[in-house]
Design a protein around this ligand. Structure first.
Ligand SMILES: NS(=O)(=O)c1ccc(-n2ccn(-c3ccc(F)cc3F)c2=O)cc1
Ligand SMILES: [Zn+2]
Length: 258
């Protein structure tokens, strides 16, 4: 199946997932000189319940913190959005070294990693799977991560990675506030795009925060120690799980800030 190696990586995903060549694919290369300030954009508003996160799992292409989305307890509103979007999961993308690993780039700058906080439009759609098929179904907040200072809220997540080393393993993970990973400024860019891994569905309103957070090199190295192989299979480290920027085609990136 698909992955991030030469034989099954982003360059060949189109063979199984034709959407890979679609006209609103993500990530993109953000060029600040080409973004347009939009005075109608509002500040982001979120309210997360500490007990929404339930488990952390190694899904083979990343690790993700899965949240209970059976009711509107943790939601994202305003910003570029109409209505309220319910928190579903959060996960990271990273690269083989600290020099690259983010999915979105800014003025050609690649960051060491990128956090994605995934929400679905619970006002218009009955569940995540339905929302994931709609053009306004998902809202994903992207946070760029640069190598630098130790990140203590992130350490809570890193401390459990050794327990979910192999693909398919999971462990309970709760009492965690995803917004503890956000930077101080909630300035953002926004554009219409897609999931960045198969099925690459073009159902995402992307909200990329301008201010990066930091993580230490040691913390970033822990991401790379996860295995994309299951228990009992020959060990294969998940060294990188970032998709390169995709054609902007007929899209505009809007900025909430001047
Ligand atoms: N990297 S990202 O754009 O944030 C991203 C990429 C892929 C996913 N993803 C992969 C499979 N799914 C998924 C899970 C359950 C389901 F019913 C349908 C899905 F698309 C999903 O949401 C979710 C988020
Ligand atoms: Zn992602």
């Amino acid at each position: 199946s698909w992955g991030y190696q030469d034989h099954n990586g982003p360059e060949v995903w189109h063979e199984l997932f034709p959407l890979a060549n679609g006209d609103r694919q993500s990530p993109i290369a953000i060029k600040s000189s080409e973004v347009k300030y939009d005075p109608f954009l509002r500040p982001l508003s979120f309210s997360y319940d500490l007990t929404s996160p339930k488990v952390i799992l190694n899904c083979g292409y990343a690790f993700s913190i899965e949240c209970d989305d059976t009711e509107d307890r943790s939601v994202l509103r305003a910003g570029p959005l109409k209505g309220s979007y319910r928190l579903r999961q959060l996960h990271f993308h990273w690269g083989p070294t600290d020099d690259y690993g983010s999915e979105h780039t800014v003025d050609g700058l690649e960051f060491a990693a990128e956090l994605h906080v995934v929400h679905w439009n619970s006002e218009k759609y009955p569940c995540f799977v339905d929302a994931a098929q709609q053009p306004d179904g998902l809202a994903i907040v992207g946070v760029l991560v640069k190598a630098g200072e130790h990140n203590s809220p992130l350490q809570k997540v890193i401390n459990v990675l050794d327990v979910i080393k192999t693909k398919g393993s999971q462990v309970a993970f709760t009492n965690f506030d995803p917004s503890s990973l956000f930077p101080e400024s909630l300035d953002y860019w926004t554009y219409h795009g897609s999931l960045t891994v198969p099925p690459l569905l073009e159902s995402v309103i992307w909200i990329v925060l301008r201010q990066p957070i930091t993580a230490s090199s040691e913390q970033l190295a822990t991401f790379r120690s996860l295995l994309c192989s299951a228990k009992g299979e020959p060990a294969c480290c998940l060294l990188s799980n970032c998709r390169p920027p995709q054609p902007l085609r007929n899209r505009h990136v809007r900025a909430f800030f001047h």
